[in-house]
Design a protein around this ligand. Structure first.
Ligand code: FE2
Length: 418
C-alpha cells in the first residue's frame, strides 16, 4: 500500500511511503514538482493524504483502566483530593468482577483508540486479596495483542508495607504476569516504610526482569522525597531508564536549592518521568488557600536537564477525575498551559510528550517510530501541523497498527450560517 503526500511530524516537505507485510518498507521525500522516487506497483492501493499530518501513534504512558468509567460509584469525590479518591475506590473495588473490569477497560480503550492511542501502560490495583482487576487486565492485554499493545503495572494503591500482605500481593501480581512493578511511597504509613517499599520493588524488578513505574511523591508535601531514593536505586542497580517516576508533584514544592542538587542525580540515573497535567491540576493544591499551587512536576526544568518526560492522562471518569475521554490532545493542551510551555516551538514539539517520550518510558524501542523496517504503526490527523491540530482539536482520521486500520473518524462538518 502506498501513502502519498504525508506531512511527517511537522516536516516542511511531504513524504510518500510504502507499507507491506505490516511494516514500513520505503519512504521518499516528495519533490517540489510533486514527484517522488516511489511509484505505484501494479494493482497497489494508493492513498493520497493531501499533506495531512502523520505521526507515530499516541502512547498513553499512565492510565488506570481498572477504575475507568466508575465516576459517581458509589459517590463522587467532593473534596477533589487524592485521598478521598483512594477511600472511594477502596469501597468501589469490592464490586469489581473479572468481566466487569474487562468491559469497562475495553470501553475506555476504544475511546482512546478513536483518539489515536495504540500503546497503553495501565496500572492495576494489586491491594486486593483476589487481584481481580490485575487478572482481568492481563487477560485483556493478551486478547488485544496485535491491535493495541498494553503494559500492566502491579500497582499497590493502598501501599506495600501499609496494607495487609502487601508484599506478597505485589509479588503474586508479577507471578501472574504484570509487565511492570509499581509502588506508592508517599502513601506508606512512615518514611521508613516508604524507603523500604522502594528497595523491595527494585529487588522484585531485578528478580522478575520487569520495568518499574512508581507513583512517586504525588503530594504537595515538600518533605516527600521518594524520588531521591528511587533515582539512587536506579543508578546503583543499573536499572536506569527501565525506571519511571510518575507524578512527582512534590518537586513543585521542593526548595530550589534542593531541586538543583537533586537534578544531578536525576540526570545521572536516566530515569523517565510522567506528568499527568489534567489530573494533578485537579487533585493537587487542595489544602492550599491562596496562592494555590499548580500541582504538577517541574516539566520544563526536567526537560532542560536532559531528562525524558512524557504526559499521561492518569484517570478517565473515576474517583480521582470525573472527566475525560482518553484524548492525548487534551492532556497535551493542559500540559503546555500549566507548565508554561507556550513558545511556538514548544507547542510544535509538544506532540513528542505523548508520542516519542512516552514510547521511551514504555521501552518500545524498534517497535515504534516511522522508519523503514519498523512496524507500520501511525496516525493521520485532520490538520497540516501539530500547532493547527492542537488548536482545532483535530480528529485522528485514521489509525494504522502494524499496517492494519484499527480506527477511523469522519471529519466533523461545521457550517457558518451568518
Ligand atoms: Fe496514577
Amino acid at each position: 500500500m502506498l501513502f502519498r503526500n504525508a506531512r511527517l511530524e511537522n516536516s516542511s516537505s511531504l513524504t510518500d511511503f510504502r507499507i507491506a507485510d505490516g511494516k514500513f518498507v520505503e519512504l521518499s521525500t516528495v519533490k517540489e514538482d510533486g514527484t517522488s522516487a516511489l511509484l505505484p506497483l501494479p494493482q497497489e492501493e494508493v492513498i493520497d493524504l493531501g499533506g495531512k499530518l502523520v505521526l507515530p501513534p499516541f502512547v498513553e504512558p499512565h492510565i488506570h483502566l481498572d477504575s475507568a468509567l466508575t465516576a459517581g460509584e458509589p459517590r463522587f469525590n467532593l473534596s477533589g483530593t487524592l485521598f478521598e479518591g483512594i477511600d472511594i475506590w477502596s469501597e468501589r473495588k469490592h464490586a469489581c468482577t473479572h468481566e466487569e473490569v474487562k468491559e469497562r477497560a475495553f470501553a475506555a480503550l476504544q475511546m482512546m483508540a478513536k483518539n489515536g492511542v495504540q500503546f497503553v501502560r495501565s496500572h492495576a490495583d494489586c491491594t486486593d486479596p483476589k487481584l481481580t482487576a490485575l487478572r482481568a487486565l492481563c487477560e485483556l492485554r493478551d486478547e488485544l495483542k496485535g491491535t493495541m499493545e498494553l503494559q500492566i503495572v502491579a500497582f499497590p494503591q493502598e501501599g506495600i508495607h501499609s496494607f495487609p500482605n502487601g508484599k506478597e500481593l505485589i509479588r503474586k501480581a508479577l507471578e501472574i504476569g504484570a509487565d511492570v512493578v509499581g509502588a506508592i511511597p508517599h502513601f506508606e504509613f512512615t518514611r521508613e516504610y516508604s524507603v523500604d517499599s522502594l528497595n523491595y520493588i527494585i529487588e522484585l524488578a531485578q528478580e522478575f526482569d520487569v520495568l518499574v513505574d512508581v507513583h512517586c511523591d504525588e503530594i504537595d508535601d515538600g518533605a516527600s522525597r521518594g524520588l531521591e531514593t528511587l533515582a539512587a536505586r536506579a543508578l546503583e542497580t543499573g536499572l536506569a531508564d527501565r525506571v519511571t517516576a510518575s507524578h512527582t508533584t512534590a518537586t513543585h514544592s521542593y526548595n530550589n536549592a534542593y531541586f538543583s542538587k537533586l537534578t544531578r542525580l536525576l540526570r545521572m540515573s536516566e530515569i523517565n518521568f510522567v506528568c499527568n497535567p489534567l489530573v494533578n491540576t485537579h487533585l493537587q493544591g487542595r489544602f492550599d488557600t491562596y496562592p494555590k499551587r499548580r500541582g504538577v512536576t517541574r516539566v520544563k526544568e526536567l526537560l532542560e536537564a536532559g531528562c525524558n518526560v512524557a504526559f499521561g492522562h492518569d484517570d478517565v471518569r473515576d474517583p480521582w477525575y470525573p472527566m475525560g475521554d482518553g484524548n492525548p490532545m487534551d492532556v497535551t493542551h493542559m500540559g503546555i498551559h500549566v507548565n508554561q510551555m507556550m513558545g511556538y516551538q514548544q507547542i510544535m514539539d509538544s506532540y513528542k510528550m505523548v508520542t516519542h517520550n512516552a514510547a521511551r518510558c514504555l521501552h518500545l524501542e524498534d517497535n515504534y517510530g516511522i522508519a523503514a523496517g519498523r512496524p507500520a504503526h501511525f496516525i493521520v490527523l485532520n490538520a497540516d501541523t501539530w500547532y493547527d491540530a492542537l488548536n482545532t482539536r483535530a480528529e485522528v482520521l485514521s489509525s494504522y497498527h502494524g499496517g492494519k486500520l484499527i480506527a477511523q473518524t469522519q471529519p466533523r462538518l461545521k457550517e457558518i450560517l451568518f
